[in-house]
Design a binder for this molecule. Structure first.
Ligand code: ASP
Length: 461
């Protein structure tokens, strides 16, 4: 097995086997210098014909950028003048005794060694596997992994169960349009891809599983609006027998555990502010409370609480739920629900804001089926609609539902901010363009007429 390039600094005078990509190749007369790249980083390899076996000496003239090589050689310390402070392995180099070309490479459509953004996004996404070779992109992917890992470890330690919920599901009311999946077995019927696992996680609480989390893909068929993706990842959490304060304090601990791993030593606090104060003071429900907005290493978290339960959707001329209908009305405001004074009703809803971005949102849920029914009514659903859309949840709630609440983090946004990136696309391995296309796989794409026929579908021209 090869060793990581980065390991070479601990292998001085040892024989090593390296494998990786040619980051840069410099030919100086008969001697060839290669900066060999693998996931761990770069190391300089020196190819001198007199040190190489005959076969190897023959091929070094052919080496080009992005070729994949296997190098056998000996690690040696560099002379004082040759030390490269910018390189992790800058104190050593590998004097090769053998080199094998494992794969040749065409000239990439953009430079790999010379980061970046000079290529337009369409091209970067079409050749995403090359774009991900950029140091910055690799770092983002690694940081994302570290964040997810720290989250998982935190939840495991705190006795949570990681549970998967279905993707082939039914329309859920999170406020966006659903992606529909036609059913072949039931022509004319459709699954919907979940906008979030909201109802499933609440049913897991009815099931008695008490503490659930999942790192889960969610799907929302929204029109192009800001930096969003049709499919995105949430850290989804639900807990039984908790109050709002319990959820908030546990999530603070989770964030601190994550930051301890990826930004050790950084100091953060979690001030709280009601929605009313936020609107009065900042005219925003996600105020950016950083002292200095140009300081990239400042992480200003803020809980915004006491959101209004309902908001008037002027376009639709009806009341909607600010968060979602499963959110609990603040018990102090229940009389207002009876009186129909909807605009003054506060919900047990909370958002976590980071540097002016909403990174999480959640609520304590209504677990009283009558109040839940009342909320659906206020939202303008007829009895028939309530049965069709939410009957399963109301039914479940008849069988002993614990008080429960939860939260979901927009993982892509959180990772982007912690990576110092403006767009969530920079922290997703294979994002779509901002207008929902995938230039790499070329999707969405037409399908064969037979596939449509099987599904009982016809495309209107
Ligand atoms: N399901 C909600 C959302 O996706 C979050 C929650 O209430 O837990 O925004």
């Amino acid at each position: 097995m090869k060793i990581n390039n980065r390991e070479t600094i601990n292998q001085v005078d040892q024989k090593v086997l390296l494998m990786g990509w040619v980051h840069v190749v410099r030919k100086m007369g008969k001697i060839v210098f290669v900066d060999l790249r693998d996931r761990s980083g770069l190391v300089q390899v020196v190819l001198v014909p007199s040190e190489l076996d005959e076969r190897s000496a023959e091929i070094i003239k052919d080496i080009k950028p992005e070729y994949v090589l296997a190098i056998e050689g000996r690690v040696q310390t560099r002379g004082a003048k040759q030390i490269n402070q910018d390189l992790l392995t800058g104190t050593v180099e590998v004097l090769a005794t053998s080199v094998t070309i494992l794969a040749e490479a065409a000239t990439p459509p953009f430079e790999i060694d010379n980061e970046d953004r000079q290529a337009n996004e369409e091209l970067r996404l079409k050749y995403r596997y090359l774009d991900l070779r950029h140091e910055r992109m690799k770092k983002n992917i690694v940081t994302r992994h570290q964040i997810i890992r720290a989250m998982r470890e935190f939840f495991y330690q705190n006795d949570f169960l990681e549970i998967e919920t279905p993707f082939l599901s039914k329309s859920t009311p999170e406020g966006a349009r659903d992606f529909l999946v036609p059913s072949r077995n039931y022509p004319g019927k459709f699954y919907a891809l979940p906008q979030s696992p909201q109802q499933y996680k609440q049913m897991l609480m009815v099931a008695g599983l008490e503490k659930y989390f999942q790192i889960v893909r969610c799907f929302r068929d929204e029109d192009q609006r800001g930096d969003r993706q049709a499919e995105f990842t949430q850290l989804d959490v639900e807990m039984s027998f908790v109050e709002q304060a319990d959820v908030l304090s546990l999530m603070e601990k989770m964030i601190m555990a994550v930051l301890a791993k990826i930004k050790p030593g950084i100091k953060i606090t979690f001030p709280r502010m009601t929605y009313k104060v936020a609107m009065e003071k900042y005219n925003s429900d996600k105020p950016d409370i950083r002292q200095d907005k140009n300081n990239p290493e400042e992480y200003a978290f803020l809980w915004v609480t006491d959101f209004p339960m309902f908001e008037y959707k002027a376009g639709d001329r009806r009341w909607g739920a600010t968060h979602h209908p499963f959110t609990s009305v603040n018990p102090e405001d229940l009389p207002l629900l009876e009186k129909g004074e909807l605009e003054s009703i506060r919900a047990l809803q909370y958002d976590l804001v980071l540097n002016g971005n909403e990174v999480a949102g959640g609520s304590i849920r209504t677990h009283n089926p009558e109040i839940l029914h009342k909320v659906f009514e206020v939202l303008g659903h007829s009895d028939k609609e309530i049965q069709a859309k939410f009957g399963h949840l109301l039914e479940a709630f008849k069988y002993g539902v614990p008080p429960h609440g939860g939260i979901a983090f927009g993982l892509d946004r959180l990772v982007a901010i912690l990576c110092g990136e403006v767009s969530i696309r920079e922290v997703m391995a294979f994002p779509k363009t901002s207008d929902n296309r995938d230039p790499l796989m070329d999707s969405p794409a037409a399908v064969e007429p037979e596939q449509l026929a099987e599904l009982g579908l016809k495309i209107k021209k």
